[in-house]
Write a protein that binds this ligand. Sequence first.
Ligand SMILES: *Cc1c(COP(=O)(O)O)cnc(C)c1O
Length: 342
Amino acid sequence: MNGPNRLRLDGAALVENWRTLARLSGRAACGAAVKADGYGLGADAVVTRLADAGCRDFFVATWAEAASLDRSDISVSVLHGVRDADMPMVHQLAARPVLSTTAQVQRWRTAGAGLCHVMVDTGMNRLGIAPEDIAAGLLAGLPVDVLMSHLASAEEQSAPINGQQRATLASIAERSGARRVSLANSAGIALGPDFAFDLTRPGVALYGAVPSEGLAGLIRPVVTIEAEVLQRRRVPAGGRVGYNLTWTAQRDSDVAVVNLGYADGYRRAFSNRGTAFVGNVAVPVIGRVSMDLTALDVTGVDIAEGEWVAFDPDLPRASAASDVSQYELLTGLGRRFDRVWR
Ligand SMILES: *Cc1c(COP(=O)(O)O)cnc(C)c1O
């Protein structure tokens, strides 16, 4: 540890984002989606901080992810349910499956039918049990903690499907016998108190993304990419930079080449479009982002070999510049970074 690039991770902002989402969740408890290694930040570090702040319900995709979070003071739910191959793990861990198919329900019954969660499909047609199967008694006698569904278009605040999914879930909840009901992800929380039910499941907004207008101005950036300058060089007017020479110096220029590339998750889509900062001075990415290196125009800026630059931590802005979703910018963050929390 002490590599030439790092993620500066703001633990206070993470906790503040969770508290904001908890407040917007009203009387509902606020959980946290920490799948995909905490959206790229590091699930263990995220869970430690959010559990300290009072978060109790955590969501992962797979049993391997659940195994890395095995601690007794939190509830871990496995969103992809339980396959045959998962059964050995299921018996070793305290985590509970979110049963999402009729076959999973049967498998769970055969295994002794302990406390579980259930995902019902209310119109997204991704994962989930059909409402008719629940109406027909599929869950009879099953101890269900959380009955949940997932919104297809939560970031579109006026999409009619939102209200339709809410109403479908509410009607199933009445006859399911579940202890708790859950629908909203980050953007779903911004749809208002009707969507919160008993438990909300934000992910991306915890980490600084702003997935919907309703969260604008409420979420703080959490992740800043920082990279060391490997070389500062002079490029005379007319000189060109990087693979395929896509940038041409209009005047005598100074170029800083930094230790960051698409292999780190700094996407090639930032070529000629990304922004870094030296102190408060914005310096543009010039030329192609390559696998391990990125060039910046630092003409007139005081920055030398061995010094560090910070890339734009504003996810909505970085997403607009690159046309890459905020979700992908986070979950693509690479393994080579030192992850430094403060
Ligand atoms: C990933 C996920 C979430 C969190 O969604 P965000 O949009 O990141 O807030 C919530 N619920 C389910 C079922 C998910 O798969």
